[in-house]
Design a protein around this ligand. Structure first.
Ligand code: DOR
Length: 449
């Protein structure tokens, strides 16, 4: 099936031009930008489908390195299907889901089973993160890291045969999620094993906020302790990663001091990357207070102050921050009222970033594309996506950069209505998402074709 997407503003990390794209089944076959000679006679190409953008913007679909799908175990919060539909509505076609499910994803078999279930839905390309310790209890390594498991997943076999083994195809990242491994020696051992599997380790560096909570209960300011906790945990993850020879990816960096430590590690040439969330880029502790600091405004790590927020934006501008990730954390309203941390973020991520970063002149749309698509693709060693180039997977999103809309969580595909942006006016709307050449989400734009 050949598809022509014409009259689009085509934007990826290296293009921003009016043009057209031809897809052949699931692959991008050709890209033309205005002024370039058209290399084919379109009439003779046998085009089966034409999608006319009428000036709308076509970008590579987004890639989320950090989402919580809650499946298996918490269907009242989210399911594989509701999360996948939320991802598509937000323009995401590739997602890493964290392992804090019930049971925890702590074996390659569990990761593979979830990936197979997701593939059967034919909605997105899901890669489950693998926990570092069994049941995330922090006492023994997850079985995925045992020597036996390495052989079973044919890692050693492939290495022995001389293949450049990219890790099991269904796992691209390891993570102990909302906390890191408390025991230094065990954490380091897990990092060594992950490095042997060539898997980056996403470190959450917030220890679940436990120390901060204890300090707060003892009458100390929560915000100060929680930032000390993040800063110390970031330093520790970087140090243990260096000692283990692993790639450490710092999740949802939120303080200016943690960012400074990451910047310093990168300057020393260490194998470190990091991500930032839309909510930490757009909101501060005063927004948390209006939402309810211990309920709807609660997130780990917490929303910080304006100086931190500005430092994070500067980190995107100077390249110290590698990627934007949602940390999509759906909860029921009952859970939020009782203080469960996190925001439902997949469906507002692009618009929030577009409004705050592109709309206010901090970043170009090309740079935002890099942060949301090609950069996470490269960190996950997914070299077949993230840009609009011939030969890459046709994972694309159509966005209306002129649209202004109000966030109405009743319309969310996600079961989690706990948005930090609820009721806000945002600019930039995702209208249509294509995954492997198929239209998998269409807000109605396609109906007008
Ligand atoms: O606020 C958060 N909630 N941050 C995380 O990192 C985990 C998440 C969750 O699982 O609810």
């Amino acid at each position: 099936m050949k598809t022509l997407l014409q009259n689009f503003r085509i934007v990826d990390a290296s293009i921003d031009a009016i043009g057209a794209v031809i897809l052949h089944d699931e692959i991008i076959r050709d890209v033309w930008v205005k002024g370039e000679a058209i290399r084919y006679d379109i009439g003779r190409m046998g085009i089966d489908r034409v999608i006319d953008g009428g000036g709308l913007t076509l970008m590579p679909a987004f890639i989320d390195m950090h989402a919580h799908f809650r499946d298996p175990g918490f269907p009242e919060k989210e399911t594989l299907e509701s999360a996948s539909l939320a991802a598509l509505a937000g323009g995401y076609t590739t997602v890493i889901c964290m392992a804090n499910t019930k049971p925890v994803i702590d074996t390659f078999e569990a990761a593979q089973a979830l990936k197979h279930r997701s593939n059967a839905l034919r909605l997105i390309d899901l890669y489950p993160a693998l926990a570092l310790t069994r049941s995330m209890a922090g006492t023994e390594l997850a079985s995925g890291f045992s020597a036996l498991d390495l052989i079973r997943t044919s890692a050693l076999k492939d290495i022995a045969l001389g293949f450049s083994w990219p890790g099991p195809r269904y796992v691209r990242l390891c993570s102990e999620d909302g906390k890191d491994v408390a025991d230094d020696a065990l954490f380091k051992e897990a990092l060594v094993r992950a490095a042997a599997l060539r898997l980056p380790v996403s470190c959450h560096c917030d220890a679940g906020g436990h120390e901060a909570l204890q300090a707060w209960e003892a009458g100390q300011p929560y915000s100060i302790w929680s930032r000390i906790e993040e800063n110390v945990a970031t330093e520790r993850a970087i140090r243990l990663g260096r000692e283990a020879g692993a790639h450490v990816h710092i999740a949802h960096v939120s303080t200016k001091e943690a960012l400074a430590r990451i910047r310093a590690a990168k300057a020393r040439g260490e194998s470190v990357s990091c991500e930032v969330t839309p909510h930490h880029l757009c909101l501060t502790e005063s927004d948390a207070a209006s939402l309810g600091s211990e309920s709807y405004g609660r997130v780990n790590p917490p929303l910080r102050n304006e100086e931190d927020r500005q430092a994070l934006i500067a980190g995107l501008v100077d390249g110290s921050i590698d990627a934007i990730a949602t940390d999509h954390a759906p909860h029921t309203s009952g859970d939020k009222e009782h203080g469960s941390p996190g925001f439902s973020g997949l469906e507002t991520s692009f618009a929030a970033c577009f409004t705050e970063l592109v709309g206010k002149g901090h970043l170009s749309l090309s740079r935002l594309s890099a942060l949301m698509s090609v950069a996470p693709a490269r960190l996950l060693r997914l070299f077949d996506r993230g840009a609009i180039e011939p030969g890459l997977l046709a994972d694309l999103v159509v966005v209306d950069t002129e649209a202004v809309w109000h966030v109405d969580t009743a319309l969310f595909r996600s079961r989690g209505k706990n948005s930090a942006f609820s009721g806000r006016a945002l600019s930039g709307k995702t209208l249509m998402t294509l995954h492997a050449g198929s239209v998998v989400f269409d807000r109605g734009f396609g109906a007008k074709l």
